[in-house]
Design a binder for this molecule. Structure first.
Ligand code: NAI
Ligand code: MG
Length: 479
């Protein structure tokens, strides 16, 4: 067989100018951190230092919350139509500068440009457009008309979809009349800081959006601030639990979007080649750094050998490497810490007795990389079948009957998403009905739309983002 190779096709990084050092964005101004401390952000594909961003302390959080409180006085008094116009403007500015954002996202976080350009950025703009459309229609919906905004919302987001998680958080919060203090993750703060420029360009009133950077200690200061009215968090289940504990007994709203260990169930009557594509997308999209990743492949026993053979062949063609190369399918692992976590879970899987297949592609010298990996011969008790790996690692289990498929699928602490592959519509509905998962995809995977609610059950968290349900997460009963 001729092994065709793709030539490099590198997206130019020239479109972005990264500053040596950044400030916070508070009260409509770019301000030096009172902490006078900074953290480094690197490019995970080269380990090169990109910039320094503030490690914000209590004084910085105090001033950002104060500014959001003042901003609320202005923002909540605007007409819904005025708020809507600001959101439309932000959406259009993001579209105009989308290439710049996509390149910066790939540099700072390691995801392939193909994904930041064709998935993240279009979705970011779509979320602002969608919620802009809602801002002046809240009074028309029976579900939202008698509700009011919380006030100041603290939003803490992760590193896997940095700008998209910002959009999921900021767009509905602003549409419903709240103001925000948002903290991006420590490894991927740069697109949130570029978004601050968009707020300035859009002429957003001071204090409506405040962006402060820092680590977990900064996040915890936001959570524990006395003037915060609601917290929206996406990240690990561990930190989600800490936040829930901190807020116990306080009159503060909370939504949590946490981890997952989704089952992707393939019945023997499924279109196998399409299912292989869907399974690949389900786990290798965004290096597997996806809370709703289809990380547990549930195969009906009769098709196991055939499916695994086709899957391994397809995996061999995945291109791992420079995130800025337009042909790259799998970019860099986001951080050294995440790479260590993936490596240790995979080693544990091998020690437990799992059979590991890894593709033989060449990996770059510097940076953090992990080969696309597939485990077969796995027992449901192994940690690779139970714990969120959050990397390009798929674990295979088998089942004989639909009942058994559902039982295995639900045998997890999580409940964020699931996939079902079969040619029978009735089987899709029968299975979906019985799955404890916030989202169930049928004959597809990882499909997103701002109008469609997303969120989990059990330890995957609570509250919904997206759609009308997403608005309700930012509104409370009028007192
Ligand atoms: P993390 O939960 O520590 O980080 C997420 C965000 O929370 C970051 O902005 C971080 O600065 C902030 N944070 C950390 N500690 C905090 C605290 N005590 N109070 C308030 N905010 C705090 O996640 P981490 O350590 O980066 O990743 C660990 C694992 O979590 C991953 O391996 C993955 O399994 C899971 N994860 C799940 C995500 C999801 O989308 N559901 C996203 C990121 C991680
Ligand atoms: Mg970085």
């Amino acid at each position: 067989m001729v092994d065709w190779q793709y030539s490099e096709s590198i997206e130019s990084p020239d479109i972005v100018s990264i500053k040596k050092k950044y400030t916070n964005y508070i009260g409509g101004k770019f301000v030096e951190p009172k902490s006078k401390k900074y953290i480094n952000t690197i490019s995970p594909s080269t380990e090169e230092l990109l910039s320094k961003v503030p490690l914000s302390n209590e004084q910085d959080i105090n001033s950002s919350v104060k500014s959001a409180k003042e901003g609320f006085e202005v923002w909540s008094k605007l007409t819904p139509n005025q708020r809507s116009r600001y959101l439309f403007k932000i959406a259009r500015l993001i579209q105009e500068r989308s290439r710049e954002f996509a390149v910066l996202e790939s540099l700072d976080g390691g995801k392939p440009i193909k994904e930041s350009r064709d998935f993240d950025l279009p979705q970011v703009a779509a979320n602002f457009f969608y919620f802009a459309g809602w801002a002046d229609k809240l009074d028309l919906s029976w579900a939202t008309k008698s509700l009011k905004p919380y006030g100041v919302v603290g939003q803490i987001i992760p590193w896997n979809f940095p700008l998209l998680m910002l959009a999921w958080k900021i767009a509905p919060a602003l549409a419903t009349g709240n103001t925000v203090v948002l903290k991006p993750a420590e490894t991927t703060p740069l697109t949130a800081l570029l978004f601050a420029e968009i707020c300035e360009q859009a002429g957003l009133p001071p204090g409506v959006v405040n962006i402060v950077t820092g680590d977990g200690s900064t996040g915890s200061l936001i959570v524990n601030h006395k003037d915060i009215n609601k917290i929206a968090f996406t990240g690990s289940t561990q930190v989600g639990k800490l936040i829930q504990n901190s807020l116990a007994g306080r009159d503060v709203g909370l939504t949590l979007e946490l981890g997952g260990k989704a089952a992707n169930i393939v019945y023997e009557d499924a279109a196998i080649d399409q299912a292989v594509e869907g399974v690949v997308n389900g786990i290798f999209f965004n290096q597997g750094h996806v809370c709703c990743a289809g990380s547990r492949l549930l195969l009906q026993e009769s098709i196991h050998d055939q499916f695994v053979k086709k899957l391994e062949k397809r995996m061999q063609s995945l291109r791992v490497g420079n995130p800025l190369d337009k042909n790259t399918d799998i970019g860099a692992i986001n951080s050294k810490e995440q790479l260590d976590k993936i490596t240790s879970l995979v080693n544990e899987g091998v020690e437990d007795g799992g059979e590991l297949f890894q593709t033989q592609c060449e990996l770059p010298g510097n940076g953090f990389w992990f080969r696309p990996s597939l485990f077969t011969n796995v027992q449901p008790s192994y940690s690779i079948a139970r714990e969120e790996i959050f990397g390009p690692v798929l674990t295979t289990l088998t089942f004989r009957t639909p009942e058994e498929a559902v039982e295995i699928a639900n045998n997890t602490e999580y409940g964020l998403s699931a996939g079902v592959w079969t040619e029978k519509g009735s089987k899709i509905l029968w299975t979906a009905d019985r799955l404890d998962a916030g989202v169930v995809w049928a004959n597809t995977f990882n499909k997103f739309d701002p109008s469609s609610p997303f969120g989990g059950y059990k330890e995957s968290g609570f509250g919904r983002e997206g759609g009308r349900h997403g608005l309700l997460s930012y509104l409370k009963a009028s007192s």
